[in-house]
Design a protein around this ligand. Structure first.
Ligand SMILES: Nc1ncnc2c1ncn2[C@@H]1O[C@H](COP(=O)(O)OP(=O)(O)OP(=O)(O)O)[C@@H](O)[C@H]1O
Length: 416
């Protein structure tokens, strides 16, 4: 039987789980994600790493960071270190998360605001299972993320969570269609299935014209739109967005937020947005504030901007290209290096977009184009990687792209 989170559209009954865990995740108002008494003490994390490697320093907190070992009964205290002969004296220090409890309802949108360093990103990462908190629990559809093994959490993230960060989340070597397809391939779809679905999402968001573009050939707003398509194409239960408009101007930021909220609304996904921008927070139905690792809840907003956004169809960012006589030719009639028109792209199999993307590159760029395994691995191994460590191996990289028409059709872009 698949884990409960793999079938979010069905009623979930978990034997032996608390009554709260047994619910239909799609029913509005039902809690889909909740944290209870979360503590994140990075000093304890560092101390644990030191003690595991035999170094001296601050002694680790017993039980901290162990899977399934929240501090039952005894509240976590940042000064409650065990002393050892080699340990530095324990000193009080700030907790990045200081006993934070939070609940997110299915389909709800919440903005997390607060000053720099107050713990917003730490909260987002703990809720998404990217980091394991020092103590406390995070439950997604009744399943305790803090008790899961890393591989289980990675699988859950890939199947149930979408991520939009401020920047840097797209792989620079891949055209947009393949960037969007990547999480789908990690989820088990073939290259053709994944790119076909990616193209549908590009179409849906009015971004078809970007299919063959690589991140370096896009504006910041276009990259964020592709990142949104990538986050939503798995139809996640929750979208985590960390400063999604932080690198954009106000107008573009508003457009990007409109697209994000509408796409999430259409999927029935709940959204958590970390932001400093009150305009961005205004798109959410609820706002909470972090301050020194503590969370304060605010009243629900009167106007639900996600519903407003959903009521207005997203406009394509560029007008559709006028058909021309060349546009009506089949793709096979194109000269070798000719770029396909939008109309031609629409009539060709989706996965050919990658092939044509490469053919569009000037010859001198094509010959120097080599995806960097090192760069790919660094990105995927990052703590911010939603895709997890499995995506970091050269074996994965090779298998993910071995059937790529970029490599097959041109012999270029292969991994080395
Ligand atoms: N990996 C880490 N190791 C040690 N301390 C960390 C780590 N990540 C964050 N911190 C600390 O935890 C606290 C909260 O950081 P966090 O990034 O969650 O804040 P934030 O509210 O998101 O800040 P900003 O708005 O500037 O992004 C800060 O004091 C920060 O220095």
């Amino acid at each position: 039987m698949p884990p409960a989170w793999q079938s979010p559209t069905q009623s979930t009954v978990i034997p032996g789980a608390s009554p709260m865990a047994n619910y239909d995740a799609t029913q509005p108002g039902r809690i889909v994600l909740e944290s209870n008494d979360l503590v994140m003490d990075y000093s304890a994390d560092i101390a644990r790493a030191r003690s595991e490697h035999g170094a001296t320093g601050v002694a680790a907190v017993p039980g901290a960071l162990q899977a399934g070992a929240p501090q039952a009964g005894a509240p976590y205290n940042s000064t409650s270190y065990n002393s050892s002969p080699n340990a530095m004296p324990a000193v009080p220090h700030a907790l990045a998360l200081n006993h934070v409890s939070f609940a997110l309802a299915a389909g709800e949108s919440v903005a997390v605001m607060g000053p720099s360093g107050s713990g917003k990103t730490t909260l987002l990462h703990a809720l998404a299972g990217i980091i394991r908190p020092t103590s406390g629990t995070v439950r997604f559809q009744g399943n305790d993320l803090t008790a899961m093994k890393d591989a289980e959490r990675t699988k859950l993230r890939r199947g149930a969570f979408g991520f939009v960060f401020q920047s840097g989340q797209l792989l620079p070597e891949l055209p947009a269609v393949e960037n969007i397809a990547l999480p789908l391939m990690l989820g088990g779809l073939s290259y053709e299935q994944a790119t076909d679905r990616a193209m549908l999402w590009l179409e849906r968001l009015g971004l078809r014209h970007l299919a063959a573009q690589r991140p370096g050939e896009m504006s910041g707003g276009q990259m964020q739109r592709i990142a949104i398509a990538r986050a939503l194409c798995i139809e996640p239960a929750v979208v985590f967005a960390d400063e999604p408009t932080g690198a954009l101007d106000q107008t573009t930021g508003r457009e990007v937020m409109g697209i994000l909220m509408q796409a999430a609304h259409d999927c029935g996904a709940a959204v958590i947005v970390v932001t400093h921008d009150v305009n961005v927070a205004g798109f959410c139905s609820r706002m909470v504030t972090m301050s020194d690792g503590r969370l304060s809840q605010a009243e629900p907003r009167r106007a639900n901007r996600s519903q407003q956004a959903a009521a207005q169809p997203v406009q394509p960012t560029q007008p559709a290209q006028q058909p021309t006589s060349a546009a009506n030719q089949p793709a096979s009639a194109l000269p070798h290096n000719a770029a396909p028109t939008v109309a031609q792209q629409r009539s060709m199999p989706a996965h050919q977009a990658g092939t044509f993307a490469n053919n569009q590159l000037p010859a001198e760029r094509s010959t120097v184009y080599r995806p960097s395994v090192a760069g790919f691995m660094a990105m995927q191994q990052s703590a911010f990687s939603p895709l997890g460590a499995a995506a970091s191996t050269p074996a994965f990289a090779a298998s993910a792209l071995s059937s790529s028409p970029i490599a097959a059709a041109t012999g270029r872009g292969t991994w080395r």
